[in-house]
Design a protein around this ligand. Structure first.
Ligand SMILES: Cc1cc2nc3c(=O)[nH]c(=O)nc-3n(C[C@H](O)[C@H](O)[C@H](O)COP(=O)(O)O)c2cc1C
Length: 476
C-alpha cells in the first residue's frame, strides 16, 4: 500500500487528522504535529516564512506535508494488512524470505523531473529554535555497495544550500562502509514519501547482502523504477526522489534532537550534492518528528524479531515489546513460557545478544500483557525479588544514544545492563501469583439502558461527602 493509498484508507477509517489552516514549515508545523503525536496528520497548506533567508526559507512549492503515518503500531498493521499482534512475525518472515521486487518502465515518482534543483521548494521543516537549518527527517537513502549490493537506510539531512545537504551517517553501517569505498563520491537516491513497508525495511539491519527493498516487497508489493541520473532503482510509488552523490567533503552537521529526546551533538559529516529531483505531479512531502512516536516505533520494532529469535534459542519465547518509555531502543519486555528454573535468567542473557544496544530487560510469564506498562510493573511488584531475580552486568558495550553511558571518542560506548526476571518462581503455586480478574461484561448494554424513574434522572443534591467543608476537594 503506497503512502497516498494509506492516507486515503486512514481518511476512510476516520483516523487521519487534516489541517486546512496555513502553517509555516519553520517551527510551527513541527509544534502542531508534536501536539498531535500518535496520529497521522496531513497539513494541506504549508507556507514559507518570507522573512527568512535561504536555505532556511523552505516550502515555496505547494506540497502538503504528512507527519505521523507510522506513529502507532495499528497503522503498520493497517498499512501491511496484518493484525497488530502479528507484526513481529510479519517482520521476521519478510527478513527470512525477501522476494526480489519487479522493475517497471514508468514510475509515478518520475511524473515531474527537475534538473534545476532547488530544495527551497520542498516544505522541509525546521523543528526547534536551536536547529541550525531545516532537516529532511523521513528520507530513505538507497545506495549500492560494490561488494554487498543495495543498502537502504534512514539518514537525517540538514539543508546547507539550495542543492546540498549534510547527512548524518553512523559509522560502520551499510552507507558508511560503501561511502568509504567510493573515491569519487557515492551515488545516492533519497526517497521521501514512502509506504510503511519501505519505512520499516529501511529501519532494519539485515545481514550484508540481504536487500531491504526485497524485505519491503515481502510485506507489501514494492515495484521499482530506474533513476534518471544515477544507476539506482527506487520504489516507483515514492512521492519525491532526490538523486545525487555523497561526496567526501565534510561539514558541520547538528546539533539535532535524537531518539532519546535529548540533543545529539555537532559532528563533521559528508555533504550530499543533489543533481536531480523527481516527483509526482501532486506530491506529498513526508516528515517524521525526531524523538516522537514514529521515530521510536521505526527504531524499536525491527529489533523485536531479533530479540525474539535469540530468546527462542534458549527457551520458549511468546512475544517481545520494545517500549516507548525506554526510548524504543534501550528497554524491552520479553514474554516466555517457563519450562525450567533457569529460563528467566537465560532469556535475559539472550535478549541482550538479540539487540546489542538493549540496556534493561524485564522477562515475564505469558499471562502478562507486555504492551501495557501497568501490567509489567504489576509483574515486577508481585513476582520479583531483587536479591534473587536481578541480573546486573557491569561495563558492557552499549548504545551511543544513552547520555548516561560512558562515551570515549573513537571507542565503543560502555554501559551497565540490568535484567529483571519477573516470572513466577519455579516450583511456586501458580494460583498464588495469578492476577484474579473480574469476568468480562459488555458495558454498552448497561450504559444504553434508559432511566425508569424521575429519581434516576435528577440525582440527589449535596450528598457528595467530598464537597463538604473541611474535605480536601472543598479546599482545592
Ligand atoms: C527514523 C530513523 C532515523 C534514523 N536516522 C539515522 C541517521 O540519521 N543516520 C544513520 O546513520 N542512521 C539512522 N537511522 C538508522 C538506520 O536507518 C538504520 O541503522 C539502518 O537500518 C542501518 O542499516 P544498515 O546497517 O543496513 O546500514 C535511523 C533510523 C530510523 C528508524
Amino acid at each position: 500500500m503506497s503512502l497516498r493509498h494509506f492516507i486515503h484508507q486512514a481518511r476512510q477509517a476516520g483516523c487521519l487528522i487534516e489541517i486546512h489552516r496555513e502553517v509555516s514549515a519553520h517551527l510551527e508545523l513541527a509544534r502542531v504535529a508534536a501536539a498531535l503525536d500518535g496520529k497521522p496528520v496531513l497539513f494541506h497548506r504549508v507556507a514559507p516564512t518570507p522573512a527568512l533567508p535561504r536555505p532556511f526559507r523552505t516550502g515555496e512549492g505547494a506540497f502538503p506535508v504528512l507527519v505521523g503515518a507510522g506513529s502507532a503500531r495499528e497503522y503498520y498493521a493497517f498499512g501491511l494488512g496484518v493484525p497488530a499482534e502479528k507484526l513481529l512475525f510479519t517482520l521476521a518472515d519478510a527478513l527470512a524470505h525477501p522476494p526480489a521486487p519487479k522493475v517497471i518502465e514508468n514510475g509515478a515518482c518520475q511524473e515531474v523531473v527537475e534538473h534545476d534543483v532547488d530544495l527551497g521548494h520542498l516544505p522541509i521543516l525546521t523543528h526547534l529554535p536551536t536547529d541550525r537549518a531545516p532537516y529532511i527527517t523521513a528520507g530513505v537513502a538507497i545506495i549500492r555497495d560494490p561488494d554487498h549490493g543495495r543498502n537502504v537506510s534512514f539518514h537525517r539531512l540538514m539543508v546547507t544550500g539550495p542543492r546540498t545537504v549534510a547527512a548524518r551517517i553512523v559509522e560502520g553501517r551499510g552507507t558508511d562502509t560503501a561511502w568509504r569505498k567510493a573515491q569519487d563520491g557515492l551515488p545516492v537516491a533519497i526517497c521521501i514519501g514512502n509506504s510503511l513497508a519501505v519505512l520499516l525495511a529501511a529501519s532494519m539491519s539485515p545481514p550484508k547482502g540481504v536487500d531491504e527493498l526485497g524485505i519491503a516487497n515481502a510485506m507489501s508489493p514494492t515495484p521499482l523504477v530506474q533513476c534518471k541520473t544515477v544507476d539506482l532503482q527506487v520504489p516507483a510509488e515514492t512521492e519525491i526522489v532526490l538523486e545525487g552523490r555523497i561526496t567526501h567533503t565534510l561539514t558541520d552537521e547538528g546539533p539535532f534532537l535524537d531518539l532519546t529526546e535529548t540533543m545529539d551533538y555537532m559532528r563533521q559529516q559528508p555533504v550530499i550534492e543533489i543533481d536531480c529531483i523527481t516527483h509526482r505531479q501532486d506530491a506529498i512531502y513526508q516528515a517524521l518528528l525526531p524523538g516522537k512516536l514514529e521515530h521510536k516505533l521505526l527504531m524499536g520494532m525491527p529489533k523485536e524479531p531479533t530479540i525474539y529469535a535469540a530468546v527462542n534459542e534458549v527457551c520458549e519465547c511468546r512475544d517481545v515489546a520494545i517500549t516507548p518509555g525506554g526510548t524504543s531502543w534501550l528497554h524491552a519486555v520479553v514474554s516466555i513460557v517457563k519450562r525450567g528454573p533457569g529460563d528467566g535468567r537465560r532469556a535475559i542473557e539472550a535478549a541482550f545478544k538479540g539487540h546489542g544496544s538493549l540496556k534493561h530487560v524485564v522477562v515475564v510469564d505469558d499471562d502478562i500483557a507486555i504492551h501495557d506498562p501497568a501490567e509489567v510493573e504489576w509483574a515486577i511488584a508481585t513476582r520479583f525479588q531483587a536479591d534473587r531475580d536481578l541480573v546486573v552486568l557491569a561495563d558492557q558495550p552499549g548504545s551511543s544514544l544513552d547520555p548516561s553511558a560512558a562515551h570515549v571518542p573513537g571507542q565503543k560506548t560502555r554501559t551497565a545492563k540490568m535484567g529483571l526476571d519477573a516470572t513466577i518462581p519455579w516450583g511456586a503455586k501458580w494460583e498464588d501469583y495469578e492476577k484474579v480478574r473480574y469476568e468480562d461484561v459488555d458495558v454498552r448494554e448497561y450504559r444504553s439502558a434508559r432511566p425508569t424513574s424521575q429519581s434516576e434522572i435528577q440525582p440527589a443534591q449535596n450528598d457528595d461527602p467530598w464537597s463538604k467543608p473541611g474535605s480536601g476537594r472543598a479546599l482545592a
